[in-house]
Design a protein around this ligand. Structure first.
Ligand SMILES: Nc1ncnc2c1ncn2[C@@H]1O[C@H](COP(=O)(O)OP(=O)(O)OP(=O)(O)O)[C@@H](O)[C@H]1O
Length: 259
């Protein structure tokens, strides 16, 4: 693939010349990638190819060995981000109620109590919350805890939101609910979203682009666009375009697995 020297139009995240090794074993070498602004990109690829590592390097949770990652030309420190961790069971502060978990990043920013209250109320309305936010995480179902994690990540109105396997521990009903809410949030706020997924259907369903990775040392195998209109409903899973993109993504995945 030819190296893009300049970001494509409507790019939000620009990755140039990124290297990353673990224990002397290269994972990424000279990775160049543009992620579009205000879109949802799913990262999909073989086990251990570095999906989470890529996302965590962009989010600044894992250091890179070499290269540059910019957000609209700005550094990470100048960019507001939100992060939804893989395991919602460990992600929330157990000693805080759901409400205080959501309020936490706002309070850390020094936002006044009245404005914090208003923002949490806005999020509760956006997510159509029917459970009591005064409960503690252990008193909530898995789906409710994941909803609280997403609300907390959105509290500070991030420009980029990272979600690591957001559906992996959810039942199907909750998966449908969270899919709807993520799309609604994305349409309402224009936030750029990056989602790591193990599941082909989840990866394709929400995506504007599916970023398909190869086995290690990892390269971009293909960037597959998926352009069904939003909001996408569960019925669209039988839409011919969804079926086609899923089949194509699977074919590329199998080709990469075969090496
Ligand atoms: N801290 C670390 N030290 C050494 N190796 C690591 C470390 N973190 C990740 N790796 C290795 O880097 C590779 C990529 O890991 P990563 O978790 O990013 O992959 P993934 O595609 O998200 O995996 P999975 O599909 O299993 O979730 C793996 O081979 C993993 O063993």
């Amino acid at each position: 693939m030819k190296k893009p020297d300049y970001p494509q139009p409507n790019t939000h995240v620009t990755i140039r010349g990124l290297d990353k090794s673990f224990a002397g074993q290269p994972l990424y070498q000279d990775l160049n990638l543009d992620l579009p602004k205000g879109k949802i990109v799913s990262i999909f690829g073989p086990n251990g190819c570095g999906k989470s590592t890529l996302m965590n390097m962009i989010a600044g949770l894992i250091p890179i060995d070499r290269g540059q990652i910019l957000f609209d030309g700005k550094t990470l420190a100048e960019t507001k981000i939100g992060y939804v961790f893989q395991n919602y069971r460990d992600a929330l502060f157990p000693w805080l109620t759901a409400w205080h978990n959501i309020a936490y990043p706002l309070k850390r920013q020094g936002i006044k109590a009245a404005a914090v209250k208003q923002r949490v109320a806005e999020l509760a309305a956006m997510f159509d919350i029917r459970f009591d936010l005064q409960r503690y995480p252990y008193e909530l179902s898995g789906g409710q805890q994941q909803t609280v994690c997403i609300m907390r990540a959105l509290a500070t109105q991030p420009e980029v939101m990272f979600l690591d396997e957001p559906f992996s521990a959810l039942d199907f009903e909750m998966t449908l609910f969270i899919r709807d809410k993520l799309q609604q949030v994305q349409l309402a706020t224009g936030v750029t979203m990056l989602i790591v997924s193990h599941d082909l259907e989840d990866a394709v369903f929400l995506a504007d682009e599916i970023l398909l990775l190869t086995r290690r040392p990892t390269r971009v195998a293909e960037i597959v666009p998926f352009v069904l209109p939003r909001p996408r409903t569960a019925e669209m899973m039988s839409h011919p375009e969804f079926v086609r993109v899923k089949a194509h993504t699977l074919a590329v995945f199998k080709r990469e697995m075969a090496g």
